[in-house]
Design a protein around this ligand. Sequence first.
Ligand code: F6R
Length: 243
Amino acid sequence: MEIVICSTADEAGEVAAARVAQVASQKEGPAVLGVATGSSPLALYRHLAARVQRGDLDLSGASAFALDEYVGLPASDPQSYASIINETVTVPLGLDPARVHVPQGSAQDLRQACEDYEAAIKAAGGVDVQILGIGSNGHIGFNEPTSSLASRTRIKTLNEQTRRDNARFFPTLDDVPRHCLTQGLGTIMDARAVVLVAQGEGKADAVAGLIEGPVSAMCPGSVLQLHRTVTVVIDEAAASTLT
Ligand code: F6R
């Protein structure tokens, strides 16, 4: 695991974007990106978009797979991850919307939607570089503590801390969905490379669990210790409880 500690969150975004761009440009043929929502990767996306605008990186043929989606929010809802990925990833990076995939949280048959999502990732040749944030409780994707380290895309119940963390995007806590579809930890581990970004003191304990272990379902991010190609880019506050 490569750990990069940056003095500001913006610098962390720049370093992480450089790593994503490196993997994408080394790929023979169009890259397959794994993309997270949330605040953590926004600086990364901004710096990646700047590379595209400068003509240093061409992602027009790339595909992308989101990590997760709320159950019950239509894709047109501004808080759905389909909307957020479109706004923060698809448009700024110049991706073809037809190649950007988000789990179908409004599907009639959610189990089938999860199986179809796994099949779509496989059909695209797998994810070349997975961009991740981490929750304050150590979750990656919406794999909450106690998630199986071998899990695949499935329906999960959001835990109360995650609902409270995400309540800032909804009128009230009651409006935050209770269920989601998420790639599993096993699905995430299949990506050929992983770039995880975290900023701020609120993430320090999760980052320490991720990096210093033990590997445990109680800190789902710690499974990344078993992945061969992980870059963790954090600011000083997020690094503050590392030994
Ligand atoms: C988002 C996701 C989550 C977030 C995590 C951190 O698609 O899968 O694991 O990465 O909740 O969220 P932020 O970045 O908002 O602190």
